[in-house]
Design a protein around this ligand. Structure first.
Ligand code: ZN
Length: 296
């Protein structure tokens, strides 16, 4: 009952919405919760592929009841867990993937770094932080600090952490959640269910790169995906949401639309190179609140 009235209240706010997910797992959005969310959306909103929503935004012909679903990072979890749920619930989504990581099989750098840093004791992390010049020694502070480093410096830091965590041996559930999908998995996804978008070649923080580096990450990822998949790739997602005017200009020249991590409705006045999204929320209550107010 309460969720029905909350949904109707959200529906009364006539604004297109793009939901942002990263993975379906008990520690974030559970499979059960995701299934419930899909049912709610099917009942009260119009669930549609992101490219169709972009068409309407471009034509300024939205109804305000549209919802598009997106998943960032292109991990195995999206193939093994998310895709079957989308099919069961007759829903659709866009997966933003990194072709360089698919090619190499390497994890997104910060996901690997997070698990490796957790293997270190507090004393070891403190020594690392002091030696590297990071003000804090907890895992998320170190990751936030590393995200701001110029690329060569960040890679040197990753090497130091790798040296100190040679016992790194992720459990199968961690591999499912963090390893990239393979090309075969990507090609096996029904194009009527999943649209593939680019999330750069290797998931760097674009604003830490020079102009040539940004162009390569934004442009080459599209070319790689198109040649491997044999279809157009028109949608882009900024890693970590980080963008600036220069980065957005390259994305605008390369793709039909790009999404950020800024919380907001995909309003008719949205810049198509910087469309806000709504973080899906790890609980039913938060999900309902954010449909109504994205920054909740
Ligand atoms: Zn990402």
């Amino acid at each position: 009952m309460w969720s029905g009235s909350a949904l109707r209240r959200a529906r009364a706010v006539r604004q297109p919405r793009i939901l942002m997910y990263h993975g379906i797992a008990d520690s974030e959005v559970s499979a059960q919760l995701f299934g419930w969310q899909l049912e709610c959306l099917a009942n009260e909103f119009e669930l549609l592929p992101l490219d169709r929503l972009v068409d309407r935004l471009a034509r300024r012909s939205t109804t305000g009841h549209e919802v598009a679903i997106t998943f960032d990072d292109g991990v195995v979890n999206h193939f093994c867990t998310v895709y079957p749920l989308l099919r069961t619930h007759r829903a659709c989504a866009t997966f933003f993937v990194c072709p360089g990581l698919i090619e190499s099989g390497r994890w997104i750098w910060n996901m690997e770094l997070r698990l490796r840093l957790r293997l270190l004791s507090a004393t070891e992390r403190q020594a690392l932080a002091t030696a590297e010049g990071c003000a804090g020694a907890d895992v998320e502070t170190l990751i936030g600090w590393a995200k701001q480093l110029p690329l060569p410096r960040r890679e040197a830091f990753e090497d130091v952490v790798r040296q100190q965590t040679q016992n790194f041996d992720p459990a199968p559930a961690e591999v499912e959640r963090n390893a990239p999908m393979s090309w075969d998995q990507l090609k096996a996804l029904d194009t009527a269910v999943v649209t593939i978008g680019s999330h750069t070649v290797s998931h760097p923080i674009l604003t830490t790169l020079d102009e040539a580096g940004r162009r390569a990450e934004i442009g080459t990822s599209r070319a790689l995906l198109q040649s491997r998949l044999g279809r157009d790739v028109d949608l882009f997602c900024y890693p970590n949401g980080d963008n600036d005017a220069g980065t957005a200009a390259i994305a605008r020249d390369t793709y039909r639309a790009a999404v950020t991590t800024q919380a907001g409705f995909a309003g008719a006045d949205s810049d198509l190179a910087r469309i806000p999204r709504i973080p899906a929320g790890e609980s039913a209550a938060l999900f309902l609140r954010r449909l109504h107010r994205p920054t909740a």
